[in-house]
Design a protein around this ligand. Sequence first.
Ligand SMILES: C[S@@+](CC[C@H](N)C(=O)[O-])C[C@H]1O[C@@H](n2cnc3c(N)ncnc32)[C@H](O)[C@@H]1O
Length: 230
Amino acid sequence: MELEPIAQSLSKLPEQFSCVDWPDALHDVPESRCHWFSTRGREEFKRLLKNLPLCPLYIEFGTFLGAGSTTFALESRKDLQAICLDNWEIATIEEESKPLNYKDKDGNVCGFARGEGEALKHCQNNLWEYRSRVHLLRTTTSHVTVDILANAGLQPDCVFIDDDHGKEPFLKRLFRCRYRWPNSLIVCDDYCKAWPGVIEGVAEAFRRGWYREDESQMLGNRMIAFKRNR
Ligand SMILES: C[S@@+](CC[C@H](N)C(=O)[O-])C[C@H]1O[C@@H](n2cnc3c(N)ncnc32)[C@H](O)[C@@H]1O
């Protein structure tokens, strides 16, 4: 999608979707580049991103600190525009689900994990150099969010689903994405044993015939991509 239509569509969104403003300067929070974007499957994901049309629109559900999937997509395609949705409500890191880069290069736990600085501030710092291509929407998402974005005219080339991993929320998001954006590449993260909701949701999507096996592709060991070819 061209820049102007994206801006017009964003301006049509209801008030609770208004874009977060970028500050004039970096936030004063300690650098925290922690993320939950697996290192496996990145090359396959990059290949799919490279195959998207010119100036692709990427919509991401679940951005966290922006240092993982978001930075990867923005780095992979310099002409990509990203719309990133998150409520940025995570304030602490649970011991059992530590992100990658939890510690910095000196071996110290990163500032965010020490409780220093809100998630959104870290996200803006991490995405600072890409800010002309990034639209941050702070909202609690559901499948209805997909309809709201689509009704405003947004037509992503790629959607990355990585927010609510419960079976029903995941399944409903996937269905709305497939229905409203039938030509988009849909990439779902955390399709792995640790997240049974995503595993069961994908199984249900196949059972219901939303996608055939040949319209899906594993990217590494925990991302699955869907692209309809009918
Ligand atoms: C697994 S993390 C995303 C990781 C990120 N993609 C990365 O590469 O580091 C999930 C994110 O989704 C957000 N999230 C979960 N459920 C949400 C919801 N219903 N609405 C908005 N954000 C949500 C959380 O705040 C969190 O930042």
